[in-house]
Design a protein around this ligand. Structure first.
Ligand SMILES: [Fe+2]
Ligand SMILES: [Fe+2]
Length: 139
């Protein structure tokens, strides 16, 4: 069950990495307000739902096996992503008021994507293997 959940989360990482790659290309080639709104929606909906799955379902599954587990490690990275998304949204609002440039939006969107991608890697390389190792010890 815990292992299936982790596999599912990794599948989502791959799908979202692909999507971010497409967004980055589109930002350079076909910049539009609609595209920026689509990116904000992706970050606020798809990425946020993924993060909540980890904060709720994954943490719940871990706590069932180890009530002493410190869930802060999982939540901290997500708050960093949420801050980057907020920066992008603020920049987009400024852009619509003529106070920020297209390049500023591209910069903040790429920054948010980089933080998300690094976070996925960290989970796949450290957090998930740690959980799998702990699960063996808990059995
Ligand atoms: Fe995460
Ligand atoms: Fe994740």
């Amino acid at each position: 069950m815990l292992n299936e959940l982790i596999e599912h989360l990794i599948d989502e990482h791959q799908a979202y990495n692909q999507k971010m790659k497409e967004f980055q290309k589109a930002l350079e080639e076909n910049f539009s307000n609609e595209l920026v709104e689509e990116i904000i929606n992706f970050l606020e909906k798809d990425i946020e739902e993924h993060a909540e799955k980890e904060e709720n379902d994954l943490v719940e599954a871990i706590l069932k096996r180890n009530p002493d587990y410190d869930e802060e490690a999982i939540i901290f990275g997500h708050n960093t992503i949420r801050e980057a998304v907020q920066d992008l949204k603020d920049t987009y609002e400024e852009f619509k008021q003529g106070k920020a440039k297209k390049e500023d939006i591209i910069k903040y969107a790429n920054k948010a994507f980089t933080i998300v991608k690094d976070h996925f890697l960290e989970e796949e390389n450290f957090l998930f293997p740690d959980i799998r190792r702990m699960e063996k010890e808990w059995l």
